[in-house]
Write a protein that binds this ligand. Structure first.
Ligand code: ATP
Ligand code: MG
Length: 138
Protein backbone atom coordinates (compact mmCIF):
# COMPACT_ATOMS: atom_id res chain seq x y z
CA UNK A 1 0.00 0.00 0.00
CA UNK A 2 1.30 3.48 -0.66
CA UNK A 3 0.65 6.67 1.23
CA UNK A 4 -0.44 10.14 0.32
CA UNK A 5 -0.92 13.29 2.38
CA UNK A 6 -4.24 15.14 2.52
CA UNK A 7 -5.54 18.39 3.99
CA UNK A 8 -9.21 19.20 4.53
CA UNK A 9 -8.95 22.96 4.07
CA UNK A 10 -10.54 25.78 6.15
CA UNK A 11 -13.49 26.37 3.79
CA UNK A 12 -14.54 22.75 4.40
CA UNK A 13 -13.91 22.55 8.16
CA UNK A 14 -15.88 25.81 8.59
CA UNK A 15 -18.87 24.25 6.81
CA UNK A 16 -18.68 21.08 8.95
CA UNK A 17 -17.74 18.90 5.98
CA UNK A 18 -14.98 16.76 7.55
CA UNK A 19 -17.24 13.72 7.88
CA UNK A 20 -18.77 14.15 4.41
CA UNK A 21 -15.31 14.37 2.82
CA UNK A 22 -14.05 11.40 4.84
CA UNK A 23 -17.03 9.41 3.59
CA UNK A 24 -16.08 10.09 -0.05
CA UNK A 25 -12.48 9.09 0.75
CA UNK A 26 -13.56 5.83 2.41
CA UNK A 27 -16.20 5.03 -0.23
CA UNK A 28 -13.34 5.08 -2.75
CA UNK A 29 -11.50 2.34 -0.78
CA UNK A 30 -8.90 4.74 0.57
CA UNK A 31 -7.99 4.27 4.27
CA UNK A 32 -7.41 7.18 6.66
CA UNK A 33 -4.50 5.89 8.80
CA UNK A 34 -3.69 9.14 10.65
CA UNK A 35 -5.65 12.34 11.22
CA UNK A 36 -5.19 15.57 13.25
CA UNK A 37 -7.23 18.78 13.41
CA UNK A 38 -4.82 21.71 13.70
CA UNK A 39 -4.48 25.43 13.04
CA UNK A 40 -1.64 26.14 10.60
CA UNK A 41 0.75 28.92 11.61
CA UNK A 42 1.75 31.38 8.91
CA UNK A 43 5.29 29.92 8.93
CA UNK A 44 4.07 26.33 8.61
CA UNK A 45 1.68 27.24 5.75
CA UNK A 46 4.40 29.20 3.93
CA UNK A 47 6.79 26.26 4.26
CA UNK A 48 4.18 23.85 2.99
CA UNK A 49 3.33 25.93 -0.10
CA UNK A 50 6.92 27.09 -0.70
CA UNK A 51 6.76 25.98 -4.39
CA UNK A 52 4.10 28.65 -4.94
CA UNK A 53 5.94 31.51 -3.19
CA UNK A 54 6.41 33.49 -6.41
CA UNK A 55 2.82 33.05 -7.63
CA UNK A 56 0.45 36.03 -7.57
CA UNK A 57 -2.02 34.11 -5.40
CA UNK A 58 0.55 33.15 -2.71
CA UNK A 59 -0.30 35.70 0.01
CA UNK A 60 -4.06 35.09 -0.40
CA UNK A 61 -3.40 31.34 -0.26
CA UNK A 62 -1.51 31.68 3.05
CA UNK A 63 -4.21 33.92 4.52
CA UNK A 64 -6.89 31.41 3.52
CA UNK A 65 -4.99 28.34 4.76
CA UNK A 66 -4.49 30.00 8.17
CA UNK A 67 -8.07 31.36 8.41
CA UNK A 68 -9.43 28.38 10.35
CA UNK A 69 -8.69 24.81 11.40
CA UNK A 70 -7.53 22.22 8.89
CA UNK A 71 -7.63 18.44 9.16
CA UNK A 72 -4.38 16.80 8.06
CA UNK A 73 -4.40 13.15 7.12
CA UNK A 74 -2.33 10.26 5.85
CA UNK A 75 -4.21 8.13 3.35
CA UNK A 76 -3.33 4.71 1.99
CA UNK A 77 -4.48 2.67 -0.99
CA UNK A 78 -2.95 1.09 -4.07
CA UNK A 79 -1.55 3.94 -6.12
CA UNK A 80 -2.61 6.38 -3.35
CA UNK A 81 -1.18 9.60 -4.82
CA UNK A 82 -2.89 9.27 -8.19
CA UNK A 83 -6.02 7.71 -6.77
CA UNK A 84 -6.62 10.55 -4.29
CA UNK A 85 -5.88 13.22 -6.94
CA UNK A 86 -8.64 11.60 -9.03
CA UNK A 87 -11.03 11.53 -6.05
CA UNK A 88 -10.28 15.23 -5.31
CA UNK A 89 -10.93 16.48 -8.86
CA UNK A 90 -9.46 19.49 -10.70
CA UNK A 91 -7.99 22.45 -8.79
CA UNK A 92 -10.81 24.63 -10.11
CA UNK A 93 -14.09 23.06 -8.90
CA UNK A 94 -15.80 24.33 -12.09
CA UNK A 95 -13.66 21.88 -14.06
CA UNK A 96 -13.93 18.99 -11.61
CA UNK A 97 -15.67 15.76 -12.62
CA UNK A 98 -18.97 14.61 -11.14
CA UNK A 99 -18.41 12.49 -8.03
CA UNK A 100 -15.20 14.26 -6.96
CA UNK A 101 -14.77 16.11 -3.65
CA UNK A 102 -14.06 19.45 -5.31
CA UNK A 103 -17.12 19.13 -7.56
CA UNK A 104 -19.32 18.37 -4.53
CA UNK A 105 -17.89 20.92 -2.09
CA UNK A 106 -15.31 23.26 -3.67
CA UNK A 107 -16.37 26.92 -3.75
CA UNK A 108 -13.80 28.39 -6.18
CA UNK A 109 -10.23 27.89 -7.41
CA UNK A 110 -8.82 28.95 -4.04
CA UNK A 111 -11.39 27.56 -1.60
CA UNK A 112 -11.33 24.10 -3.13
CA UNK A 113 -11.82 22.10 0.10
CA UNK A 114 -8.93 19.65 -0.09
CA UNK A 115 -5.24 19.19 -0.81
CA UNK A 116 -3.57 15.98 -1.97
CA UNK A 117 0.12 15.35 -2.70
CA UNK A 118 1.04 15.51 -6.39
CA UNK A 119 3.89 12.93 -6.40
CA UNK A 120 5.17 10.09 -4.23
CA UNK A 121 8.25 12.12 -3.38
CA UNK A 122 6.14 15.07 -2.22
CA UNK A 123 3.80 12.74 -0.31
CA UNK A 124 6.75 11.47 1.72
CA UNK A 125 8.04 15.01 2.38
CA UNK A 126 4.60 16.36 3.31
CA UNK A 127 3.90 13.45 5.70
CA UNK A 128 7.26 14.04 7.41
CA UNK A 129 6.51 17.79 7.63
CA UNK A 130 3.39 17.11 9.73
CA UNK A 131 3.57 13.65 11.37
CA UNK A 132 5.94 11.62 13.56
CA UNK A 133 6.25 7.91 12.79
CA UNK A 134 4.67 7.07 16.23
CA UNK A 135 1.47 8.86 15.20
CA UNK A 136 0.94 6.49 12.29
CA UNK A 137 -0.83 3.19 12.85
CA UNK A 138 -0.79 1.44 9.48
P1 ATP B 1 -3.20 21.47 -3.69
O1 ATP B 1 -1.69 21.67 -3.84
O2 ATP B 1 -3.81 22.34 -2.62
O3 ATP B 1 -3.56 20.02 -3.57
P2 ATP B 1 -3.51 21.62 -6.53
O4 ATP B 1 -2.27 20.77 -6.58
O5 ATP B 1 -4.72 21.14 -7.24
O6 ATP B 1 -3.92 21.93 -5.05
P3 ATP B 1 -1.82 23.94 -6.95
O7 ATP B 1 -1.55 24.47 -8.30
O8 ATP B 1 -0.75 23.17 -6.23
O9 ATP B 1 -3.18 23.08 -7.05
O10 ATP B 1 -2.28 25.16 -6.04
C1 ATP B 1 -2.25 25.08 -4.63
C2 ATP B 1 -3.49 25.76 -4.09
O11 ATP B 1 -3.39 27.16 -4.34
C3 ATP B 1 -4.81 25.36 -4.77
O12 ATP B 1 -5.36 24.17 -4.28
C4 ATP B 1 -5.68 26.55 -4.45
O13 ATP B 1 -6.15 26.52 -3.10
C5 ATP B 1 -4.69 27.69 -4.62
N1 ATP B 1 -4.66 28.22 -6.00
C6 ATP B 1 -4.13 27.60 -7.09
N2 ATP B 1 -4.28 28.36 -8.20
C7 ATP B 1 -4.91 29.49 -7.80
C8 ATP B 1 -5.34 30.68 -8.45
N3 ATP B 1 -5.16 30.87 -9.76
N4 ATP B 1 -5.96 31.63 -7.70
C9 ATP B 1 -6.15 31.46 -6.38
N5 ATP B 1 -5.76 30.36 -5.68
C10 ATP B 1 -5.15 29.40 -6.38
MG1 MG C 1 -0.50 21.23 -5.50
Amino acid sequence: MDRTFSIIKPDATKRNLTGAINKIIEDNDIKIIAQKRIKLSKEKAEGFYDVHKDKPFFSDLIEYMTSGPVVIQILTSDNAVKKYRDVMGSTNPENADEGTIRKAYGLNIQENSVHGSDSEENAKKEIEYFFNEEEIVG
